[in-house]
Ligand binder design. Sequence first.
Ligand code: ADP
Ligand code: MG
Length: 401
Amino acid sequence: MKTIDDIEVTNQRVLLRADLNAPMKQDTSGVMQITDDGRLKASVTTINNLRDKKAKIIILAHLGRPKGERKPELSLKPIAKRLGELLNTPIQFIENLNDANTLKTVNALQPGEVAMVENIRFEKDETSKDNVERIRLAQILASLADVFVIDGFGVVHREQASVTDVARLLPKAAGRLVQAEQKAFAKVLNNPERPYVVVLGGSKVSDKLGVINNLINKVDKLLIGGGMAFTFLKAQGFEVGDSLLEVDRIDEVKQLMITAKEKNVEIVLPVDVVICAQLDGSALVYIVDAQQIPVGQKGLDIGPKTGEIFANKIKDAKTVVWNGPMGVFEVNAFAAGTKTIAQALADSNAYSVVGGGDSAAAIRLLGLDESKFDHISTGGGASLELLEGKVLPGLAVLEEE
Ligand code: ADP
Ligand code: MG
């Protein structure tokens, strides 16, 4: 894979596809505010590196899913402003790709200067299923630059104009973030040090079955928490009350447990759970054995005994991959399990990789030290697809001649 060290960027107009899709909220005066700028910070290394190399940088990014419409609340303007603060340089904002002045603006960029194009998903061709439409937009994008750099790991699993199609029209390379993501996942997928422990949680087992099916061939232990644990408990014959349950996946989960036994993979399920009748914690919260969840109650976090068991397995590991919170961490009463696991990862000497958007958000929300993790992925969907063993189009295109 070519990187920004392998292509000429000095004095070149570099089109940089970044992932700046930060969560936003409207404040009381109706202005959109960024609630977590993690993805912006993750993009800074590559941009600064390109600036050091005297490139002229044109950033492409998206926000939300405007589906081809110009939605003011999904404008990248607040993102450009914040990123400019992080870079300590103003960013020229390009409102409209199709404006006659756009090419002029781009051509007037000086080495080290940065511009940003408005939300690329305002263009309906960006996400079109029709190759001809996507290529039509990719050609406009390619006409603005001399080289293309992909650094938006969060979009490399997408076949989109600003990801794959434009990459085929210009000399191309991976940015620092994509390089780091690729390296971390290659390590846990191809040559993990053992014992190798994978911790899975999150809401739906159906979202994670592909990951389990792939990793079951590689790992030593699989720790299962979060909402998905209840389909496993049910598959073992236990009642789970009103907890999240995917009845149509029970058979698949039963089969998985047989496969795990055959492959000598230890699957560890919760032994206790935090339950409540209300998802928001507004009813009585208490802890029960995982095998004794009462009717009408929801399991919303792993219990303290489970937390300790999981933490000990993490402590003994040499490689740990974590995807999916252990409970409804957004609610204080159900955050302890996720915090215990995250802390165990932070404290362990194992090579630790965190995948999944909500898991990464949990680390920040719970105030853990991000530097204690070897790699926190910026791409939820992309990291899951890599863990499923899939080839991602935005990475594969970098290998094309
Ligand atoms: P990631 O984005 O890290 O891959 P997911 O999207 O799969 O994670 O799941 C995150 C969501 O799972 C969180 O919003 C969390 O509230 C929810 N969740 C975790 N445990 C439970 C549970 N026991 N019941 C319901 N929802 C849960
Ligand atoms: Mg998620």
